[in-house]
Design a protein around this ligand. Structure first.
Ligand code: IMP
Length: 172
């Protein structure tokens, strides 16, 4: 595996994810939540986040695709839908990174039409300098500069999701 420059160490990520989990647990006290992981990039973040959420929850996944290489195609497609309806449920969408915001905008609009009781978003990384649309994200792990990053679930063309830290990708 090539050596990448670390942007966020695994210790730093773990500490922040724990904080987010505690905050979410406080905010949803007494409620049950459906955690929806956006595939594939969120799977490691989601796995760590739910283990720091001290509350009743169920997990489902939505598959979307909008990227080829390091560029958003701007066209979002649902490649895998939820297994259960979310009508009347408290929904927390877990996303890896918000870049242009187009994927999240599409997802939030789509999920709203399914009439959840509430809908919030948790994303590990936010790249505000790249935003084309602003979608309200209640829980943000880290705000980062305009760099393409890999690791902790994030990929370049399917690779490097298994890096335990978040690294800057500058080409092979
Ligand atoms: P958006 O629609 O431009 O906001 O892109 C969101 C999706 O693009 C994320 O869920 C990621 O899958 C992917 N993405 C955006 N930026 C990066 C990055 O820096 N590294 C890896 N994937 C990224």
């Amino acid at each position: 595996m090539p050596k990448f420059d670390t942007m966020l160490s695994s210790e730093k990520v773990a500490a922040r994810v724990k904080e987010l989990g505690a905050q979410i647990s406080r905010d949803y006290k007494g409620k049950k939540v459906v955690v929806i992981g956006v595939l594939k990039g969120s799977f490691i973040f989601l796995a760590d986040l739910v283990r720091s959420m001290d509350m009743p929850l169920t997990i489902d996944f939505l598959g979307v695709s909008s990227y080829a290489g390091t560029q958003s195609t701007g066209v979002v497609a649902i490649t895998q839908d939820l297994t259960k309806p979310v009508e009347g449920k408290h929904v927390l969408v877990v996303e890896d990174i918000v870049d242009t915001g187009l994927t999240l905008q599409y997802l939030v609009e789509n999920l709203k039409t399914r009439n959840p009781a509430s809908l919030e978003v948790a994303c590990l990384l936010d790249k505000p300098s790249r935003a084309k649309v602003r979608v309200p994200v209640k829980y943000v792990g880290f705000t980062i500069d305009d760099e393409f990053v890999v690791g902790y679930g994030l990929d370049y063309d399917g690779l490097y999701r298994n890096l335990p830290y978040i690294a800057i990708y500058r080409g092979e």
